[in-house]
Design a protein around this ligand. Structure first.
Ligand code: FES
Ligand code: FES
Length: 167
């Protein structure tokens, strides 16, 4: 019987350091869900086509199903579990999704929200068309798109006005 090779890796997730041993082929998605119990990041297609597994690495959105866990070593990973403030205050995008009823089954929602946060930060939420274009990698089987766009628009406006107030 052959033993499977495992490698030690250290991951920085939502500000916490985790040490684990995984096979080199383990994806970041499986490391999060199966090794660390962070199941907020969802597995849809597992082949880069649905966006359900979207997380941030060093502030950029990435598909965790197409990223090896080992590739993320030494970088700052943020998953949906790390989006709200430490005191539980929801991120503006999370609050807007609730207010706009931007989900039905909710399966795509963590990926939609992580993508939306990045979309706004990238400056790609200036109009509904732009939001649709830059959120196109996140599929919703329930067809909640109009509400998702409304939520991203609302959050973008709130974030812009809070930035103006702060400056
Ligand atoms: S699960 Fe990663 S893109 Fe679908
Ligand atoms: S809310 Fe069901 S897949 Fe999007």
């Amino acid at each position: 019987m052959t033993s499977k090779t495992r490698i030690p890796i250290k991951l920085q997730i939502n500000g916490h350091r985790h040490e684990l041993e995984v096979e080199p082929r383990v994806t970041l998605l499986d490391a999060l869900r199966d090794h660390l119990g962070l199941t907020g990041t969802k597995k849809g297609c597992d082949q880069g086509q649905c966006g359900a597994c979207t997380v941030h690495i060093d502030g950029q959105r990435v598909l965790a199903c197409l990223t090896l866990a080992a590739q993320a070593e030494g970088r700052a990973i943020r998953s949906i579990e790390g989006l709200a403030d430490g005191d539980g205050t929801l991120h503006a995008v999370q609050a807007a999704f609730l207010e706009q009823d931007a989900f039905q089954c909710g399966y795509c929602t963590p990926g939609q929200i992580m993508s939306a946060v990045a979309c706004i930060r990238e400056g790609h939420a200036g109009s509904d068309d732009e939001i649709r274009e830059y959120m196109a990698g996140n599929l919703c089987r329930c067809g909640a798109y109009p509400h998702i766009v409304a939520a991203v628009r609302q959050a973008a406006l709130e974030i812009a006005s809070s930035t103006e107030t702060a400056s």
